[in-house]
Design a protein around this ligand. Structure first.
Ligand SMILES: C[S@@+](CC[C@H](N)C(=O)[O-])C[C@H]1O[C@@H](n2cnc3c(N)ncnc32)[C@H](O)[C@@H]1O
Length: 368
C-alpha cells in the first residue's frame, strides 16, 4: 500500500528523519509530507509512533482529471466497498490547485456522489455524511489536473494525543512541539528546560520521547478502526502493536523542567502532564532570571502578539538572559523577526515553518 504522512509546512524534513528512524524505507520528502510504502499494519504503526505526522493517509487511486466528469468517473472506479458500508458515515475533504476543477467544495461533493452511487448500486442504500465525526474520512488532492484519493487512517488529526485537558495561552500543537524538539538536535538524554512552558506541550512531548512512550498510546482509536473493513484480524494486530508499544516504554529519563511566570499556565501544564503520565519538574519562574545550568537544552515558544513589534523590550531582555546560559543550546519558535534581531548571536540552524497561519522561524543557538 502507498501511504502519505502529512506534516505542518516546514516540518517535512524532521518527519522524514523520524520515519526513517522508525524503520520506514523508501521514504522521501515532498511539500506537505512524506510518502512511504508498506502494509496496513505499517500504516497503523506510523499512526501510533509518529510524533510529527499530522495524519497518515492511505492512497486509493491516482488518475488524470481534466474535468468534473473525469473526477466523478475516477472516484466511481475506486473500490470503496471494503472500507465503506451503508452503515458507516463518511466525510470528504478536497484540496484543489492549478486544476480545471477549481472549487474544492464542489470537487468533494462529486467524490461523495460517486461513493454514494457505487454503494447504492451494489447494496440499495448509501452511507450518510457526518462532517464532524465520520467513520471514514476521504481526502481528494487535485493538483495540475492530477487527482489522488486517500482514506485517512488517523481519523482525528494525530496532534490530538488525548492528554490535553487545558490549553492556556496559544498552546502549540503537539506535533509541532515534537518537530521543534527534533530540529533542536536534542538527543532525548540531555536535561531539557522549557522556561515559557504555557500548558506544557514541549516539555510533555520531550518526556514522552525520553521515555520512549508511543505518542498515540493514549488515543482510544484511530480512524481505520472504524472502517467497515476493520475486522477481528486487524483488531488483533492493533492490540499487538499497542502491547509492544507499552512494553517498550522506559522509566529512566533525563530531568525535564517546565517553568512559566504564570501560575495558571503551570497548573494547566501539571494537569496535562498528569494525564499524559509523564513526570516533569515544575517551577514558577521568570525567564529573565533563568539559570539553566551548563550543557542543557532550552526549547521554548516565547509569547508573541502584534503589540510587541512596537515594544521590543521583552525580546531584548530575553536575548540578554539567553546569552548568560553558557554551554547551552537554545531553540526558539520565533513568531516575529524581532527574536532574531534581539538575540546578539548567529543561529547555528534556522528553519522556516508555519504555526497555523503564522509564518515562523525555528532558531537554534549554541551559547558559548
Ligand atoms: C506562547 S505561550 C507558550 C505556549 C506553550 N508552548 C504551550 O504549548 O502551551 C508563551 C508563554 O510564555 C509565558 N511567559 C511570558 N512572559 C514570561 C516570562 N517573563 N517568564 C516566563 N514565562 C513567560 C506566558 O505565561 C505563556 O505561558
Amino acid at each position: 500500500m502507498e501511504f502519505f504522512a502529512s506534516a505542518s509546512p516546514g516540518t517535512e524534513y524532521a518527519l522524514l528523519e523520524e520515519l526513517r528512524d522508525l524503520g520506514f524505507r523508501g521514504t522521501r520528502r515532498i511539500p506537505g509530507g512524506v510518502p512511504f510504502g508498506g502494509s496496513l499494519s505499517d500504516g497503523a504503526y506510523a499512526c501510533l509512533h509518529s510524533r510529527i505526522a499530522q495524519r497518515i493517509l492511505c492512497q486509493l487511486a491516482r488518475f488524470e482529471c481534466p474535468d468534473e466528469d473525469a473526477l466523478y468517473a475516477g472516484a466511481l472506479a475506486c473500490e470503496w466497498m471494503p472500507h465503506i458500508s451503508p452503515d458507516t458515515t463518511i466525510a470528504v475533504s478536497a484540496y484543489t490547485a492549478e486544476s480545471a476543477v477549481e472549487n474544492s467544495m464542489y470537487a468533494s461533493v462529486r467524490v461523495k456522489d460517486a461513493i454514494a452511487d457505487q454503494l447504492r448500486e451494489a447494496t440499495g442504500s448509501r452511507p450518510d455524511v457526518d462532517r464532524d465525526d465520520p467513520d471514514v474520512r476521504v481526502f481528494l488532492h487535485l493538483w495540475r489536473n492530477r487527482a489522488t484519493l486517500y482514506l485517512d487512517l488517523s481519523g482525528a488529526p494525530l496532534f490530538q494525543r488525548g492528554y490535553r485537558r487545558t490549553g492556556g495561552e496559544a498552546p502549540l500543537k503537539e506535533t509541532l512541539a515534537a518537530a521543534l524538539l527534533r530540529m533542536s538536535g536534542w538527543d532525548g538524554q540531555t536535561p531539557l528546560i522549557d522556561p515559557m512552558c504555557g500548558s506544557g506541550t514541549i516539555a510533555i512531548e520531550a518526556a514522552l520521547w525520553a521515555t520512549n512512550s508511543a505518542p498515540g498510546i493514549l488515543r482510544e482509536r484511530f480512524g481505520f478502526e472504524r472502517w467497515a473493513s476493520h475486522d477481528e484480524e486487524t483488531a488483533d494486530g492493533m492490540r499487538r502493536l499497542r502491547g509492544e508499544a507499552r512494553r517498550k516504554c522506559r522509566g529512566a529519563r533525563p530531568r525535564i523542567i517546565a517553568s512559566d511566570v504564570d501560575p495558571d499556565a503551570l497548573e494547566a501544564a501539571k494537569e496535562n502532564a498528569r494525564v499524559a503520565g509523564v513526570r516533569l519538574t515544575f517551577r514558577e519562574a521568570d525567564v529573565m532570571k533563568l539559570q539553566a545550568g551548563e550543557g542543557r537544552f532550552i526549547v521554548t515558544n516565547p509569547p508573541y502578539d502584534v503589540r510587541m513589534e512596537a515594544e521590543p523590550r521583552f525580546f531584548q531582555q530575553l536575548g540578554a538572559s539567553l546569552l548568560k546560559q553558557r554551554g547551552c543550546t537554545a531553540t526558539l519558535l520565533a513568531g516575529t523577526p524581532l527574536v532574531r534581531k534581539c538575540i546578539p548571536l548567529e543561529p547555528v540552524r534556522a528553519d522556516r515553518i508555519r504555526n497555523g497561519p503564522l509564518p515562523c522561524e525555528v532558531l537554534t543557538y549554541r551559547i558559548d
